[in-house]
Write a new protein. Structure first.
Length: 76
């Protein structure tokens, strides 16, 4: 397992329902261990097994739903 965690700044969310949509869609990806989106902070923290799912696939889910990843930072 190659565990990675990213902190993402997300633009385009309008309410807590937007945050829940992001969480539910990312959780469906095989290899995602944990995801938590905070609407008030415009942030998502996602932990995943990079040998099973790519960061690009996670980002694609976010942008597919009409949101923009403004900033991404891998957590050590």
């Amino acid at each position: 397992m190659k565990k990675k965690t990213y902190l993402l700044t997300i633009r385009g969310m309008h309410c807590n329902s937007c945050a829940l949509t992001i969480d539910m869609d990312i959780e469906e990806l095989s290899g995602v261990e944990k995801v938590s989106t905070n609407y008030a902070k415009s942030q998502t923290i996602v932990t995943f097994d990079s040998s099973r799912v790519s960061y690009a696939a996670i980002k694609k889910i976010i942008t597919k739903n009409g949101y923009t990843v403004e900033r991404e930072e891998e957590q050590k």
